[in-house]
Design a binder for this molecule. Structure first.
Ligand SMILES: Cc1ncc(COP(=O)(O)O)c(C=O)c1O
Length: 488
């Protein structure tokens, strides 16, 4: 029998030793406290962080499994949901739940839409055709994941190549008798724009469909941007026909991770979210969300941070983030080699280039101590660099823009690495649709990925991935993940 390489230490370590080990382990992590990280982190500053930690650790052990045993957790959740609903202009009918993140909120909304449609239209439940959800190509991957988990068919609609917003007429053309759900984003992650929610809502009402608005990224910050004068199209419960909205608190509300809400127009819609099981031998389960046992930490910490900043605190943050985003957009607009993708409605900026190798540009920027994200090309959206602007980045914006301009000059005339050409040539010689796993692994080894550790995905790998069909990218990345989480 094969043995794992690592087993529990024979005797426990001291708290001090554990602390030291943790510090060693995190040495290679992205240094988000530098203020130079433009992805993954929503840093509220030290004062708020202390408040969040206090609330989180105070509720580390309490279990959200049974809200009747811990009424304080129920109270936190109800208050957080109520604040979220009024933020999104919901009336007293609006209900919702606290979830672990955007993905869970989205999975729950899609499940509710599916079960609502089945209950409403029994012919759907009897049909051999899977129910369909219509997604703009810019909708977050979490909807694809939800469809995958819930056995629904995704119908993709391409977005406008300039605005990167979906067009209602394109959505209308995709609706058929199996459609159950429409989706719009406010904002989309990649290009940070708001889809035409009123037009989608009109379609949903006309065809008796569920409309979900993905406000995971934008739901919290957009109302402040609107107050500050940004022309934000309507996207919330003030639009009749919006059935549900997801809004993450662990993004621009700066809650500790594991914090999102999913909101429904009324209780009749939310009912389809709840799962109850009395057909086993243990305690009766009735779960509103995906998780069953769960720490009280995230909901207590989310409640704490909302109360810590309040409306004026968030508005003040939004003002500075807005000004910084405008500055970055102007820089891209004015730069002859860079192209802004869409006009950001909020605080992310995505830019591409037809003359500068974009992945090498990102790598050069990151080599100078920054962390910027890249997005592969898909449909109308060319490969690009994506900046998610946060309060922690504000002192660094001028430095970032100077660095981007300097790095453009560094990579301008660079040639693709021989590795990229080699792998792409090897790929051209095989039929990737029938490639077996072993050949796939050989290719990955050739490209220097796989085999444990946490490789840095640099420009070379991204150039290879970008040249591949999305289906093959998916296979490759699945294989990669399977390797990454193997061994210790
Ligand atoms: C628009 C949008 N929807 C959904 C999600 C998924 O959220 P999470 O990563 O919390 O699951 C994100 C994450 O960035 C997002 O930007």
């Amino acid at each position: 029998m094969a043995h794992a390489h690592l087993s529990l230490p024979a005797d426990g370590l001291s708290a001090a030793e554990i602390g030291e080990r943790i510090e060693q382990y995190r040495e290679a992590d992205v240094d988000w406290r530098s203020g130079k990280v433009l992805a993954y982190i929503f840093d509220p500053g030290e004062q708020a962080e202390a408040v969040i930690k206090q609330a989180y650790t105070a509720y580390l052990s309490e279990n959200g499994l049974d809200p009747t045993a811990f009424p304080s957790l129920l109270k936190f959740e109800k208050e957080v949901v109520a604040m979220a609903a009024s933020h999104l202009r919901g009336d007293e009918q609006v209900v919702g739940n606290f979830t672990s993140g955007g993905t869970e909120s989205i999975i729950l909304a899609v499940k509710s839409a599916r079960d609502w449609a089945r209950a409403r239209k029994p012919e759907l439940a009897r049909s051999a055709q899977r129910p369909k959800i219509i997604l703009p190509s810019t909708a977050h991957a979490a909807f694809h994941k939800a469809a995958h988990y819930l056995d629904l068919e995704v119908v993709l609609v391409e977005v406008n190549p300039d605005s990167f917003r979906v067009e209602a007429e394109q959505v209308r053309a995709a609706i058929d008798e199996h459609t159950i759900m429409l989706v719009g984003s406010a904002v989309s992650y990649a290009h940070c724009v708001v889809d035409p929610i009123p037009a989608l809502a009109e379609l949903a009402r006309e065809h008796d469909l569920w409309l979900h608005v993905d406000g995971c990224m934008g739901g919290f910050l957009l109302p402040y941007f609107a107050q500050l004068g940004r022309d934000i199209p309507p996207f919330d419960f003030s639009v009749p026909g919006v059935s549900s909205i997801s809004m993450d608190l662990h993004k621009y509300a700066f809650a500790a991770k594991g914090a999102s809400v999913v909101l429904y127009r009324d209780k009749h819609l939310r009912k389809h979210q709840i799962f109850t099981c009395a057909t086993w031998t243990g305690y009766t389960i009735s779960n509103a969300t995906v998780q069953s046992s769960k720490s009280g930490g995230p909901v207590a910490a989310a409640w704490a941070v909302l109360n810590f900043f309040g409306q004026s605190g968030y508005l003040n943050i939004a003002k500075h983030v807005l000004a910084a985003t405008d500055k970055v957009m102007k820089f891209v607009d004015d730069h002859p080699e860079l192209r802004l993708l869409g006009r950001s409605d909020m605080s992310h900026v995505a830019f591409s280039s037809t003359t500068i190798p974009i992945f090498r540009l990102a790598e050069a920027i990151n080599a100078r101590g920054w962390y910027v994200q890249v997005q592969l090309s898909y449909g109308n959206s060319p490969a690009n660099i994506h900046l998610c602007i946060n309060p922690a980045n504000l002192p660094w914006i001028d430095a970032l823009l100077e660095e981007i301009a300097a790095c453009v000059e560094v990579v301008r005339d660079s040639k693709p690495a021989p590795l990229v050409a080699g792998v792409l040539q090897a790929l051209a010689e095989v039929d990737v649709s029938t490639m077996d796993d072993q050949t796939l692994q050989q290719l990955m080894a050739m490209a220097g990925v796989g085999g444990g550790g946490a490789p840095k995905i640099g420009a070379e790998i991204n150039e290879i991935l970008d040249a591949l069909e999305p289906q093959f990218r998916e296979r490759l990345l699945t294989e990669f993940m399977n390797e990454l989480y193997t061994g210790a």
